[in-house]
Design a protein around this ligand. Structure first.
Ligand SMILES: Cc1ncc(C[n+]2csc(CCOP(=O)(O)OP(=O)(O)O)c2C)c(N)n1
Length: 361
């Protein structure tokens, strides 16, 4: 029902909570209890604090690199909160908040960006795969997981995310098409943050929306206000129900904005105007989410202040722990690429071992 009402070809976009924090679509407001909303909100606040601090650590030369997520809180947490416990999250490189919500620890996420691959070794039972930096590859991994879930009748939905630029890559089309043909339980979130590094969305595709790319796969697609956590949640809930009931995949486009740089190697002032950033700062997903929580009586300014302080201290503590772990072992690169080393990897491992034994670095 939601998908036919919000047809991306008719330029419809789902919004429930507008940028002033007002409910503009009362009948679709999700009936989330206080505990869930507070959990979502606190994860978003902690995530933002940790995101800002990661950028600072990198600038101080203490973190290898980082891909900031500020502005993506609603898109990612709205998605993660709509998932069932048994579902899988297959992330790209800008999915920090969703990973955190799904049980990856802050220490693991920081370790990864610190440059230590042990940060991709998640706890038992955490259904999140390691970060995929190769654009589009996560769609095929997710399709594969969804295929396995279907064959094994496991009732697990595979949820993955990709950027606007990523939807012009071949692997996006291959993975989505495969999932469509085989009616797989896959839900793909497009985080349309307007840029693929310096390439604006309009230069990456002639399609007016990214949600309408669903038409080519014969599956539902919906565009939502990606800064509105309620809209993302509602669309995702429906998408996951659709996928879980055997009707096949869904494509959800969350229209948002990357408020920070692409990564720590990027200078966005070279390709976008400050005035554009200012417009989007006003649409910040956290401003309206906070107002919604306060209006509902679920949160106060005092709690905000205390929780920000608590998060700041916690993040600092976690990072100090990460800094104390030092570097990963070079030989681990060969050992853990596959469950067992292939003959080629064994050869490379032995060569490098000898090299290190002779004092090589
Ligand atoms: C296959 C591949 N080609 C190129 C790159 C280099 N690269 C890293 S991020 C990026 C842009 C991605 O833009 P988008 O998909 O819109 O996601 P965003 O970074 O905005 O979240 C590119 C080209 C890569 N990681 N993988």
């Amino acid at each position: 029902m939601l998908f036919s009402k919000y047809d991306p070809l008719k330029k419809k976009q789902l919004q429930i909570l507008n940028e002033k924090g007002e409910i503009v679509n009362k009948e679709l407001e999700p009936k989330l209890d206080k505990e869930t909303l507070v959990k979502m909100y606190k994860q978003a606040v902690l995530g933002r604090v940790a995101d800002i601090k990661a950028l600072q650590y990198q600038r101080q030369g203490r973190m290898l690199t980082y891909a900031p997520n500020r502005g993506h809180e609603a898109a990612q947490i709205g998605t993660a909160a709509a998932m069932a416990e048994q579902d899988w999250y297959i992330p790209g490189f800008r999915d920090f908040y969703a990973m955190l919500y799904r049980g990856v620890t802050l220490e693991q996420i920081y370790l990864y960006w610190y440059g230590n691959e042990w940060g991709s070794h998640f706890d038992e039972g955490v259904r999140v795969t390691p970060v995929n930096v190769i654009i589009g590859s996560q769609i095929n991994h997710a399709s594969g997981i969804a295929y396995a879930s279907k064959l094994m009748k496991k009732n697990e939905v595979a949820v993955t995310a990709i950027g606007d630029g990523g939807t012009s890559h071949g692997e996006f089309y291959e993975g989505m098409n495969f999932a469509g043909v085989f009616n797989l339980p896959l839900v793909t979130l497009v985080q349309n943050n307007q840029y693929a590094i310096s390439t604006p969305r309009a230069k990456a595709t002639k399609a007016e929306t990214l949600a309408q790319k669903a038409v080519a796969f014969g599956i539902p697609g919906i565009q939502v206000d990606g800064n509105d956590i309620l809209a993302v949640y509602v669309a995702m809930k429906e998408a996951m129900e659709h996928a879980r009931s055997g009707k096949g995949p869904v494509l959800v486009e969350a229209v948002t904005y990357r408020l920070g740089p692409h990564t720590t190697s990027d200078d966005p002032t070279l390709y976008r105007e400050d005035s554009e950033v200012e417009i989007w700062e006003k649409k910040d997903p956290m401003i309206r989410f906070k107002k919604y929580m306060i209006d509902k009586g679920y949160w106060t300014e005092e709690e905000q202040k205390a929780y920000e302080e608590e998060s700041d201290n916690y993040v600092g503590e976690v990072f100090r722990k990460v800094e104390a772990t030092g570097e990963a072992e070079l030989l681990d690169v060969f050992k853990y690429t596959y469950e067992e080393m292939t003959p080629q990897l064994i050869e490379q491992y032995e060569t490098h071992k000898k090299f290190l034994e002779k004092g090589g670095k």
